[in-house]
Design a protein around this ligand. Structure first.
Ligand code: GLN
Length: 452
């Protein structure tokens, strides 16, 4: 049914870069066989899932939305992908994304943008716009995204779906094409909070192949979501970040947020204003740290090891071939970040830029720690604006970066955060973000589920 739905709508939505119909049908049959053989399978066995094209899938094309990886077929599965298969889930294909997960609209995909199922003239968010649109457009019941600065939550918010950034280290990065290794966090996209929790339980947990993976079991996320769904939040203290108020969410988004705060109060939650004075510096710190790590990570795309190679005529030097390959293979936003990052890391500038940004990161973490001494979780709008029309924010990079104003602090801190549909503004979805302390992913699910 999902392959039929993809065939019917994806020419318009373009959520997928690659549909693996044969692989999906074979996986579905294999689940039947495992069941027939008496194997006890988990609750998501047989359920289809779409995977962002930044996670390695053995033998299945993986491009990270870039021309430089066109035609590359990984020789191995990412840990997350292996866990989906182990759980008997059926991988439908690979979803569209901004090149190397850099962007907030999927307009920076080298393969053309994804369209928002709510309005085909508008962006589905990014970088994981393909995963969110696949779920919103009923092409897949569940999907996997990755969130470095907001790329699961912001697409979730603007497509009216649920997007979760788990605690950093709570989901494995092994086999994930790296953008910013200290921030990258894979997580679930779903239509309900409980669905997201069920997928979280499948993909989460320690992975010895990832040195930053937390050696602890997945928090009890499914139980927490079920408990929250009862709609009782009495005894829960929620913090509203004072500094976000001045930061100009558009009026329709601010109105939905106010209504949501009122609903949470009715459900029994106590709302407290908290101050996080360094959140104002999160965006500039992120745009030094993420490009710095990206300039280092993307050095491996050299025309030798993977995918594209341009200008290798047997005469040119290795350096010339590398340079021609990178010139042809990377898009403008990726090049901007590599140049920015290489500059920020260079000797003489390292302390002034990268070092300074790392100090700001510590101050932001302290803001979170102080806030969580007073409240159980923080809430905010997920993004300052609803889905915007194509082209509206591509001419000025800063306008695009603003999409992640409210999501980026969490990435710098490392805790979990979720975006849950909260209402509509002019007929377009608005998300509420719930941020919780590191490894308290269950608490975030409980609060979010109460709103459904
Ligand atoms: N939009 C942000 C960026 O461009 C975040 C991307 C992400 O989370 N992968 O870096």
């Amino acid at each position: 049914a999902h392959l039929d739905r993809i065939a019917a709508v994806d020419a318009r939505v373009h959520a997928f870069l690659h549909v693996d119909a044969d692989g999906a049908l074979a996986a579905a049959r294999a689940v039947d066989a495992r069941r027939a053989a008496g194997e006890a399978l988990g609750p998501l066995a047989g359920v289809p899932v779409a995977v962002k094209d930044v996670l390695c899938t053995r033998g299945v094309p993986t491009t990270a939305g870039s021309k430089i990886l066109e035609g590359w077929r990984p020789p191995y599965d990412a840990t997350l992908v292996a866990r989906l298969r182990e759980a008997g889930m059926v991988i439908l294909g690979k979803t569209n994304m901004d090149e190397f997960a850099m962007g907030s609209s999927t307009e920076y995909s080298a393969y053309g943008p994804t369209r928002n199922p709510w309005d085909l003239g508008r962006i589905p968010g990014g970088s994981g716009g393909g995963s969110a649109a696949a779920v919103a457009g009923y092409e897949a019941p569940l999907a996997i995204g990755t969130d470095t600065g907001g790329s699961i939550r912001q697409p979730g918010a603007v497509t009216g779906t649920v997007g979760v950034k788990p605690t950093y280290g709570g989901t494995s990065r092994y086999g994930l094409v790296a953008f910013s290794s200290s921030l990258d966090t894979p997580g679930p996209c779903a239509r309900t909070v409980t669905d997201a929790a069920l997928l979280h339980a499948v993909i989460g947990g320690h992975d010895p192949m990832d040195s930053t993976s937390i050696p602890a079991p997945v928090p009890p996320v499914v139980e927490a979501a079920r408990r929250g769904a009862s709609g009782d939040l009495s005894g829960v203290r929620l913090g509203v970040v004072a500094e976000f108020a001045g930061d100009g969410a558009e009026p329709g988004v601010a109105a939905v947020f106010r209504d949501t705060v009122a609903r949470l109060t009715k459900l029994g939650a106590e709302i407290v204003e908290v101050s996080c004075p360094h959140f104002a510096y999160a965006l500039p710190a992120y745009y030094l740290i993420a490009p710095s790590e990206c300039s280092s990570n993307l050095a491996r795309f050299d025309g030798v090891r993977f995918g594209l190679r341009t200008g290798d005529d047997g005469q040119r030097s290795l350096e010339e071939v590398m340079s021609m390959t990178r010139e042809a293979g990377f898009g403008a936003e990726v090049k901007r970040r590599i140049i920015l990052g290489a500059y920020a890391l260079s000797s003489g500038y390292y302390d002034a830029y990268y070092g300074q940004a790392q100090k700001v990161r510590t101050l932001i973490t302290r803001d979170f720690t102080a806030a969580f001494g007073r409240v159980d979780a923080l809430i905010s709008p997920t993004t300052p604006f609803v889905a915007f029309p194509f082209g509206a924010r591509t001419s000025d990079p800063y306008q695009m970066y603003l999409a992640d104003l409210y999501t980026i602090p969490t990435n710098l801190y490392g805790g979990p955060a979720i975006s849950v549909p909260a209402g509509l503004s002019d007929g377009l979805p608005v998300g509420l973000q719930v941020m919780a302390p590191t490894m308290a992913d269950d608490r975030m699910y409980r609060v979010a589920a109460a709103l459904e």
